[in-house]
Design a protein around this ligand. Structure first.
Ligand code: FAD
Length: 435
């Protein structure tokens, strides 16, 4: 198919979200020379940490190599749930029932925490508690979702119900899946408006935000830290790392513990309202249960479809990732065969070797990293928890327990990832065809 039929004339290789909320440049000429806390990374984690510190009178600065919020926090799909990526049974096997329960309870609490923060700070970010429909890739996945429903309901205190294949069209205008699970509590958000609002709130509370300020190194001496940046040195008592899928050489111990994984999204041109209603009748967030999953939703004004997935491992050309995503999307929704793509973009998420987010302190560096691609609520919570830890010197978070594992020989370059993704895709396909 020719590019003219695939892409709109004003096709953009940047997040659809930036049309309404372009991250601010935020780089004044002067940089601050001395602060109590220096936060590296201006996404949800760094800003949420800054907000809590500043609200408690701590003098802090947030530094970002690019614009404040320009990382994953203004690029994501804006699906918000309080879940962990780790399957419940596996989690219990890995960390024991007690910690598993605390981890799951804490992560379920991240969504109400986010909602309270948005309300308290009056952040205008299209937050909508529309619920989430998890589309079962196979009959077995449907059964597994059914088995987890009661437990999820108990954890979140919010209704979860199964939608059998015969009633699937009540939730999604497609027969592609094998039914699914509806979780009332989940929400959607405009991620770039949210990160912009969080930045404004932190500033109002007293935090200093500096974009275009790349941290090149951090050294600790008897009189505190020297943080070297592309725009000069900052002296600070404490350092917080919120760099997630963009963690670089300046933090080698952490880089060995996070696996950056690219995730891709497209937005379609505007579609007729009746088609939007047919595709996603209740405007919920949707995701399927594949290992290499697709996640999708309508835009907040319900005029476009946003479709995301992991269709490559590095920053491939956005036109190519758009073609791949469109291919997957039109298998689910052939109704979109003649609809063009208006935006295509990608960003990095961070996985960890135990599939759990981690916060804590290592050799004086506080950190909140590794949300496994589900970080709108989680990284906001983790940043807040890290601030509480810095203020009180301890944390009650279950994410601060246990060691932060790495893998022998791994230095931060996940060169085996393409092979792993291929293997996962193959397993998805085998399961679909033979179970
Ligand atoms: C395409 C995509 C779709 C996603 N969809 C969803 C979704 O639907 N729901 C959901 O919950 N989550 C989703 N996520 C995940 C979510 O966006 C992230 O988990 C979350 O934004 C991470 O926030 P953060 O603050 O930890 O990191 P980020 O927002 O990534 O911020 C890290 C920042 O650190 C900066 N940085 C790195 N190194 C340095 C340095 N040396 N000096 C200065 N600055 C530095 C980077 O520039 C970056 O801005 C998605 C992510 C992507 C990429």
């Amino acid at each position: 198919m020719s590019d003219n039929r695939l892409f709109t004339p004003d096709f953009k290789m940047q997040p659809y979200w930036w049309d309404a909320a372009l991250p601010g440049i935020g780089a004044p000429d002067e940089i601050v020379k001395k602060v109590d806390v220096c936060i590296v990374g201006g996404g949800y984690a760094g800003l949420s940490c800054a907000l809590e510190l500043a609200r408690n009178g701590t003098n802090c600065v947030v530094l970002d190599s690019k614009r404040i919020g320009q990382g994953a926090s203004s690029r994501n799909g804006g699906l918000v749930s309080g879940g962990l990526k780790h399957a419940q049974t596996e989690l219990i096997k890995d960390v024991g029932k007690d910690r598993a329960t605390r981890l799951l309870k804490e992560s379920a609490g991240t969504l109400p925490f986010l909602e309270d923060l948005i309300t308290r700070e009056k952040i205008d970010c299209d937050f909508a508690k529309v619920g989430r429909f998890s589309c079962a890739w196979t009959h077995r996945h449907y059964d597994a979702l059914a088995r987890s429903a009661d437990f999820t309901e108990e954890l979140t205190g919010l209704p979860v119900r199964m939608v059998p294949p015969g009633r699937q069209r009540e939730e999604i205008g497609s027969d592609f899946y094998h039914g699914g699970q509806m979780a009332e509590g989940a929400a959607t958000i405009h991620p770039a408006k949210y990160v912009g609002g969080l930045a404004d709130s932190s500033k109002r509370a007293g935090a200093i935000l500096l974009g275009q300020t790349h941290v090149t190194g951090m050294t600790r001496g008897p009189d505190g830290w020297r943080v070297e940046t592309s725009r000069g040195t900052i002296r600070t008592d404490k350092v917080m790392l919120g760099t997630n899928g963009y963690t670089g050489q300046e933090a080698p111990w952490f880089r060995r513990r996070v696996i950056p994984v690219a995730s891709f999204l497209i937005a379609t041109e505007e579609i007729p309202p009746e088609l939007a209603r047919e595709l996603v009748p209740h405007a919920r967030g949707l995701a399927d249960t594949r290992r290499v999953l697709s996640y999708f939703r309508l835009s907040p004004d319900h005029k476009r479809v946003l479709w995301g997935g992991r269709v490559g491992t590095t920053a491939i050309d956005p036109r190519e990732s758009a073609r791949r995503l469109r291919h997957v999307m039109t298998r689910v929704w052939p109704q979109l065969n003649d609809v063009r793509i208006s935006h295509s973009w990608n960003g990095n998420v961070a996985f960890t070797f135990d599939f759990l987010p981690h916060l804590g302190e290592h050799k004086g560096v506080h950190y909140a990293l590794g949300c496994q691609g589900s970080g709108v609520a989680m990284q906001t919570w983790m940043g807040y928890q890290t601030a509480r830890m810095m203020l009180s010197r301890n944390s009650e978070s279950a994410f601060a327990e246990g060691r932060f594992p790495t893998f022998p020989g791994y230095s931060g370059n996940p060169w085996v990832l393409p092979l792993i993704l291929m293997w996962y895709r193959l397993r998805d396909q085998i399961e679909r065809n033979w179970t």
